[in-house]
Design a protein around this ligand. Structure first.
Ligand SMILES: [Zn+2]
Length: 158
């Protein structure tokens, strides 16, 4: 799935094992696996451009450094109950739950990101859904006020 310029690694994701979805109207982007993975199993080695700013599809390696992978992990969807864990220092992604063929690979954006490119309302439907997703070092922004009003029923016109 990666261009030749990223080099060769037998663990790089293969187009026969994964599909990047770019046209799902409700979820937007996402990555589906055609393979099953057991908890703890290596899913793939990762690659990308190392950049210094946060973008919509970058993932944070460490403070001030981000991996921009526009072929694979940059399109993972968020879930508050993720099925994968990313190690961006070692450029790997592992399964943390059983993953079946046809499942989306789901990460928790707060696992890697101090500050998100954009905070958002989560509708992942997991029992531990946080509702409003931020980076792990930031507070909910002003956009979250609309969400809080929604939770309190304040946006219902009577
Ligand atoms: Zn959620």
């Amino acid at each position: 799935m990666y261009p030749e310029s990223y080099g060769h690694n037998p663990h790089f994701p293969k187009a026969s094992d994964f599909r990047v979805i770019k046209n799902d109207a409700t979820l937007g982007f996402g990555v589906i696996t055609y393979r099953a993975f057991k908890p703890g199993e290596l899913i793939a080695a990762l690659a990308g451009e190392v950049i210094t700013q946060v973008t919509q599809h970058s993932l944070q390696i460490e403070t001030g450094l981000h991996l921009l992978d526009l072929y694979f992990c940059g399109y993972f969807l968020h879930s508050c109950d993720p099925n994968v864990h990313l190690d961006l220092n070692n450029r790997t992604v592992h399964a943390i739950r059983c993953i079946r063929p046809g499942d989306y690979l789901l990460m928790d954006y707060a696992q890697t990101e101090e500050v998100l490119f954009k905070q958002f309302r989560c509708q992942c439907d997991s029992s531990n859904c946080r509702g409003w997703i931020t980076g792990y070092k930031e507070r909910p922004d002003e956009q979250s006020i609309d969400y809080q009003k929604y939770l309190m029923g304040c946006d219902i016109v009577e």
